[in-house]
Design a binder for this molecule. Structure first.
Ligand code: FAD
Length: 333
């Protein structure tokens, strides 16, 4: 049954834990309930990629669909998963039931429903590779839609769902995990893992690396990588490399170069830099943290300062990966 609650604190509903509230929080238990709900609500999963910089004037909708249904063919497992399932719990479930494939994506915070939105990725793997289809309620056309992988238009931290933020409510994600499993160990941080490692051993290695590098949002409120890694032309890359021969980068198939945003921020000595209660994390420059009862202005001022410094030194513009919200919706930084 749909549950409505008025004037609810958002502090525990997003991992940056800013002290704001929402006018209303609606929780649905069944997908069909969406057909009855009107109004300009914001869909929220576990709030690990969303920062509320002030009180939020629109209703917030949460999805409590918790099913995991598994079928199999000769060569693959097919999973239909409710949007409300926690992503990391899903990864653990698949490995426990001998369905490898998602191990590199272990410990990414958030819900299954949000995973396709920014095409979550880590250690050389993206969720889009496994998606068979995504079921969503189209709020504009007021109809159900099933998007196959191509229709999701996945790209680096991007999808059709991200590009049309208030149109689709994802209720179920279908994944295909091939039975012929191939470990993905190409990423530098997993280079120490032996080629014969099992999926469980790879998951353990991923968890160890993540725990050593990223602040736990339960201990230090944060929203993971604050900025996307910027893509630049080869020409621009060469001009940066002339002044910074050790610039961290990798080559993309389209000829452009992807730079590591954290490296750029680190070069400017910004680790530990603080604006009010918000700071650049001391170990991981790409992560901004709420270290001392930050408010929304602290976060926005800090983020803009980082952007300006990086633009001045490298002529590169950093785009936020997190979704920054004002009282009505997304803020463009
Ligand atoms: C410590 C930390 C580490 C992280 N590491 C990674 C990483 O390695 N790789 C990575 O890709 N991300 C990473 N992230 C970001 C985050 O985990 C992902 O973006 C995750 O998918 C967010 O899930 P969520 O449920 O918390 O989404 P939310 O923050 O609640 O929502 C994110 C966006 O998706 C929309 N949305 C949510 N649910 C739905 C739905 N059911 N239907 C339609 N739209 C929806 C929201 O409106 C919002 O725009 C990290 C975050 C943290 C805090």
């Amino acid at each position: 049954m749909t549950m409505h609650q008025n004037s609810i604190s958002l502090k525990s509903l997003h991992t940056f834990q800013l002290p704001y509230s929402a006018s209303e929080v609606i929780t649905i238990q069944k997908a069909e309930e969406l057909e009855e709900i009107e109004g300009n609500y914001l869909v929220l999963g576990e709030g690990s990629n969303t920062i509320f910089t002030c009180d939020f004037a629109r209703p917030v909708l949460r999805i409590a669909l918790q099913h995991i249904n598994v079928t199999e063919t000769d060569d693959s497992f097919r999973l239909r998963i409710g949007a409300g399932v926690n992503w990391h719990q899903l990864v653990i479930y698949t490995l426990k039931h001998n369905m490898p494939g998602l191990e590199n994506l272990a410990l990414i915070p958030g819900s299954v429903g949000a995973a396709p939105v920014q095409n979550i990725g880590a250690y050389g793997v993206e969720v889009g590779e496994f998606i068979e289809n995504v079921t969503a309620w189209d709020r504009i056309k007021r109809t159900w839609r099933v998007f196959d992988r191509d229709a999701c238009a996945f790209a680096y931290r991007d999808s059709i769902f991200k590009r049309k933020p208030d149109q689709f409510v994802i209720t179920e994600v279908s994944l295909t995990l091939p039975k012929e499993w191939q470990p993905q160990l190409s990423y530098g941080a997993l280079a120490h893992v032996g080629k014969d490692a099992s999926a469980n051993e790879i998951m353990a290695a991923v968890i160890a690396v993540r725990n050593s590098k990223l602040p736990n949002p339960h201990e230090i409120p944060n929203a993971g990588s604050f900025f996307k890694n910027p893509e630049v032309t080869l020409k621009k890359f060469k001009s940066i490399q002339q002044r910074h021969p050790d610039v961290a980068h990798y080559q993309l198939a389209n000829g452009n170069i992807k730079l590591a945003a954290g490296w750029l921020i680190d070069q400017l000595g910004l680790k530990g830099f603080q604006c009010g209660g918000a700071a650049v994390h001391r170990q991981q420059a790409l992560v901004l943290i709420n270290c001392e009862d930050a408010d929304g202005d602290d976060v926005l001022t800090l983020a803009r300062h980082v952007q300006q410094k990086v633009a001045a030194e490298f002529q590169v513009s950093l785009e936020p990966e997190v979704r920054l919200m004002n009282e009505q919706g997304l803020i463009e930084l």
